[in-house]
Design a protein around this ligand. Structure first.
Ligand code: GLC
Length: 462
């Protein structure tokens, strides 16, 4: 009986932790909120995970959370965080060359270590590392100089803060509270509860970021340990939008954001509303030299095409070393991606999500006027490339990036007099193929009109 009771109360406490963990209903994804216009056509962003963890090349914050390293040893990495070759202009130029329209820097990860001189905690790059300089400001300036939008990543949870208790998945005594309270000046706030103090702390840091750097985008993370109510997410959203009505927020503010943030697994069905898929370039977010499991340039371009076809953006992550340089294999991949985008620009920035599944076996997008269909060939075609169920007459088919290429096609089968279109069989000469992903532009008469029927008998024949 006693055991049953214990089990019952355990289940009850688990259930309650999961009830508060439920995100609120989508309230903001129904339409594009102000400030989202640039995001819609940005298509590519670069994510940068840079922090103490790059010194030992271990996982960002999680290594400490899982006790693979002690809190003290984790923080001792600060001594090796030199940023001596930090050259944000070079970063920004590289990101631009990659074809990105924005970049997002981890200003503070779950470990609580800030890359800017926050007045709310001594746990920051100026006070604790030989870098001794603000790393966020120069990043923002450099991006702006290159015409890129500025995104700042900020972890809501803070596993160092003495007033913060990791809740949901924390194993007892894992981290937290180990950092000397002196490092979090909170004079005059002794009468508040720890959580009230923490709210002031994290929202204070966000206000700092907003006022000092005027980001175009705030990228939240680590919201899972508390409910929207506990984070005061609705109020925070309002506050941030009052400071700058154009700032956009990702959804990891317990859903109170402007766009969704799927991670690591490319969506199979596109999320509703605006979204961005974030993905590591190898298997790690931060710099981990042991991780050589890099995605190939082809794989990255392929994934990027898939995002385009579903109307989303790709946020591709890089992990700079402690000195501020981006590892060569990562640079190479960004350059390949950039070259591909440059050649295929027409089929990138201005496009919208393509045809529904079934017409073409691969990603497709549409030009904004819906009079050109772009077909992304992920594989070398055999004999022909097929496009099905297209009612429109085709004017021309060309290969993007191959001036004056006019492809031959024929229509096979169908019964157009009975409103059943034939299959378009396109001939693509091998010499016109791109080493990564070839894109065909199918120019049609009028706006795209698709045959979506399950099929029917032809009632009138010749
Ligand atoms: C996860 C991880 C984190 C990483 C982030 C990027 O939430 O906690 O380490 O920064 O994903 O999307």
């Amino acid at each position: 009986m006693k055991n049953k009771l214990i089990l019952f109360s355990l289940l009850l406490s688990l259930a309650s932790s999961f009830t508060f963990a439920q995100p609120p209903k989508d309230f903001s994804f129904k339409e594009w909120t102000p400030g989202m216009a640039w995001f819609k056509n940005a298509k590519l962003g670069i994510f940068i995970h840079w922090g103490l963890y790059s010194v030992k090349g271990i996982s960002e914050s999680w290594s400490m959370y899982h006790k693979r390293i002690s809190f003290e040893d984790y923080m001792a990495q600060a001594k090796g965080f030199t940023a001596e070759n930090y050259n944000p202009q070079q970063w920004a130029k590289l990101f631009k060359e990659a074809g990105a329209r924005y970049a997002v820097l981890t200003t503070k990860h779950h470990d609580g270590f800030a890359l800017w001189p926050t007045k709310f905690s001594h746990l920051n790059v100026v006070e604790k590392t030989p870098a001794k300089q603000d790393l966020v400001g120069p990043f923002c300036d450099a991006l702006r100089q290159e015409g890129l939008k500025v995104g700042l990543y900020f972890s809501l949870c803070d596993w160092s803060h003495p007033d913060y208790k990791p809740v949901v998945f924390a194993r007892k005594g894992v981290v937290n509270g180990s950092y000397p309270t002196d490092d979090y000046p909170h004079q005059g706030l002794e009468n508040l509860s720890p959580w009230q103090r923490f709210i002031r702390f994290y929202q204070g840091q966000l206000e700092e970021l907003m006022s000092q750097y005027q980001p175009d985008l705030l990228w939240f993370d680590g919201d899972w340990e508390h409910s929207a109510q506990e984070w005061q997410a609705a109020e925070l959203r309002k506050k941030l939008k009052t400071i700058n009505r154009n700032v956009i927020l990702n959804s990891r503010l317990r859903g109170y954001g402007d766009y969704k943030t799927p991670e690591q697994g490319i969506p199979i069905t596109p999320p509703k509303g605006p979204w961005e898929f974030c993905m590591t370039i190898n298997d790690s977010w931060g710099y981990q030299p042991k991780d050589t499991n890099y995605k190939s340039s082809y794989q990255i371009i392929r994934t990027f095409s898939e995002c385009l076809a579903m109307g989303g953006n790709l946020l591709l992550d890089v992990g700079p070393k402690a000195d501020g340089t981006i590892p060569e294999p990562q640079v190479q991949r960004l350059k390949d991606l950039g070259q591909w985008i440059k050649k295929h620009e027409e089929a990138v920035y201005q496009t919208v999500a393509g045809l529904p599944w079934g017409h073409f076996y691969g990603p497709t997008t549409l030009a904004p006027d819906s009079q050109t269909i772009y077909l992304y060939l992920l594989n070398t075609p055999k004999e022909f490339v097929a496009l099905k169920g297209l009612h429109n007459k085709i004017k021309k088919i060309r290969v993007i990036g191959q001036p004056d290429s006019k492809l031959k096609w024929k229509i096979s089968g169908g019964a157009p007099w009975n409103n059943i279109p034939g299959v378009v069989l396109i001939n693509v000469p091998e010499k016109l193929l791109d080493p990564f992903v070839t894109v065909l532009a199918v120019e049609i008469e009028g706006k795209v009109k698709l045959y979506r029927a399950p099929g029917h008998a032809v009632q009138l024949n010749d």
